[in-house]
Ligand binder design. Structure first.
Ligand code: AHR
Length: 543
């Protein structure tokens, strides 16, 4: 008997129904295969990997997140309601703040207490030529209306793990100790803890993730690795823990698609590993090693690129895999027990400044399906390396580099990146398992694979995500799971006829939502078609 799959469209799932290009084309050749190897587990995918980044830069905080309680823009305690509602949909794993470069110029004491008494300061980014044309306002002059309590309350509203970056350039170690105390000291124990109580928050926030500086080789102090090693040793010699498991993060390199700064990693750890009279081996104090990877751009702008530049940029972003494996290998010489994990706490595309929705939005860019595929293939890479990567923060949440949202005043739009995070959220806390992809390559000259992705298991539910980068070929693919019987399959497909399609504030619904379907299998065999230029999710219930 011929094996058949019955497909029915599901409109009750709340996702828009659209006809997917090439989805049923008879011209598609069955040329691809995905094998999931359930008995080769890699590690649990940490929710913090599905994290975000919000710096005091351009339109990220003011206009993007914070509008103030008196604003006519719908808000919850001063935070934009549209942002909160959409963040709750994607279950953000972590949120890094206040920078970025801004962090190493920020005094956290400016941002606490009554708002009308908080000082105003020049923002770290004020000298950039882009902002010279912008009106005076918070992108240039920091009003400090969004400070520690606002950030930590926002994290609670969106149910995410806060990740603070401490100033290691212009402030001494004492300010980090005071900040930890303000956030984590129980009421009645220390003056900074009591200051927090006086500012309206009794319970400690119990912040666990603390970065010691940011990009210390550049905006964070122009240091050489040996200088930063000295700072890290001194800052971390003593920090009160207040019953919170502090996870300290050391500044790592900034990598490009064509360079890995392994010299920083090796020199930093060589110096950190040098013995002193300390009772700890210094690398043992490090929970996370921060890695930044911006894949850059290809083409005129984020929305104007050739087909060649489509493949070029996807290839560039795919170099994330080398960034992870090469630094991991280098770290292995100093961390034999592999306790230090990689925190890829800034990543994404960095297009030319042209498509920002407002002239205060420094680095603002409008994302297309190309960015969606970059987000998807990067998250898949983190999943495949779940044993190495414990935190990830796409840069940045709103109105900036590869953002999930665009906002200005009362207008709001999601970008294609948002849909990817919504599709991929189910991987959080799943057991990453090995997957083998075999498919004709998409662009031989760029060396980009034909299909790639990741899979994770939770009980008997297998969650698989797959990217097809080809602009011309859908992939008819056999899915093989040795030793398992497939009971039911749900698919979510995100694709667009026009890969340059994008939402903006004038046209917030230009990009079609992902489409969800249920596929019923009568005999456990599965063949799925992945449309051109698509991000796909498969939810498989196994017997
Ligand atoms: O995300 C924008 C900037 O890029 C950050 O402030 C900095 O850390 C990086 O260079």
């Amino acid at each position: 008997m011929k094996r058949r799959l019955f497909v029915k469209n599901v409109s009750s799932l709340g996702l828009a129904y659209t006809f997917v290009r090439n989805y049923t084309s008879s011209a598609v050749i069955r040329d691809s295969r995905i094998e999931v190897i359930l008995d080769e587990p890699i590690a649990t995918i940490q929710p913090e990997v599905y994290g975000h980044f919000a710096e005091h830069i351009g339109g990220v905080i003011y206009d993007g997140i914070w509008v103030g309680e008196q604003s006519k823009i719908p808000n919850v305690n001063g935070f934009r309601k549209d942002i909160i509602d959409h963040l709750l949909r994607i279950q953000p794993g972590s949120l890094r703040w206040p920078g970025g470069c801004f962090a190493d110029s920020y005094n956290w004491k400016d941002g606490i207490g009554p708002m009308n008494t908080r000082p105003r300061r020049a923002n770290f980014w004020i000298n950039t030529p882009f902002l010279q044309k912008a009106p005076d306002g918070p992108s240039k002059y920091e009003p400090n209306h969004f400070g520690t309590d606002e950030f930590l309350k926002f994290c609670e509203l969106i149910d995410t793990v806060p990740y603070l970056a401490a100033n290691a350039r212009t402030l001494p170690a004492q300010d980090l100790i005071d900040w930890v105390e303000y956030c984590n000291a129980p009421p009645g124990t220390t003056s900074y803890g009591d200051m927090r109580v006086a500012n309206g928050r009794t319970d400690p926030y119990n912040v666990s993730l603390w970065g010691i500086g940011n990009e210390s080789w550049g905006c964070g102090g122009d240091m050489i690795p040996e200088d930063y090693a000295e700072i890290f040793r001194r800052f971390t010699s003593f920090i009160p823990s207040f019953q919170t498991n502090l996870k300290l993060v050391a500044v790592g390199p900034s990598d490009g698609y064509n360079k890995r700064d392994l010299d920083w990693t090796r020199r930093l750890f060589t110096r950190l590993a040098e013995p002193s009279n300390s009772w700890t081996y210094i690398p043992d104090r490090i929970a996370g090693y921060s890695v930044h990877f911006y894949c850059g751009t290809a083409g005129e702008s984020s929305i104007n690129f050739t087909d060649d530049e489509w493949y070029q940029l996807l290839w560039q972003s795919d170099q994330m895999e080398k960034v992870i494996t090469e630094h991991w290998d280098a770290l292995g010489a100093f961390d034999l027990d592999r306790k230090i994990k990689l925190y890829v706490d800034e990543w994404g595309a960095w297009h030319k400044q042209k498509t920002e929705v407002h002239n205060t939005h420094l680095f603002g860019q409008t994302s297309t399906m190309r960015d969606a595929l970059i987000a998807a293939l990067s998250l898949d890479t983190f999943n495949r390396h779940a044993d190495k990567v414990a935190v990830g923060n796409i840069a940045q949440l709103v109105n900036n580099l590869q953002s999930l949202f665009l906002t200005h005043e009362d207008r709001f739009a999601v970008t294609p990146n948002f849909h990817v995070f919504e599709m991929y959220k189910h991987h959080q806390n799943g057991q990453s398992v090995r997957v083998k992809f075999s498919a004709p390559v998409s662009s031989a000259d760029k060396g980009l694979w034909g299909l790639n992705g990741s899979a994770s298991l939770k009980g008997k539910t297998l969650y698989m995500t797959v990217v097809n980068p080809s602009l011309t070929e859908a992939r008819e693919t056999d899915i093989v799971i040795p030793g398992a019987k497939i009971q039911s399959v749900r698919t979510i497909t995100f694709t667009e006829d026009d890969v340059r399609a994008h939402n903006n504030l004038k046209n917030p619904n230009a990009v079609k939502d992902p489409v969800e379907k249920i596929i019923e299998s009568s005999n456990g065999q599965l063949t799925v078609q992945f449309p051109t230029a698509s991000v796909n999710a498969l939810i498989l219930e196994l017997e």
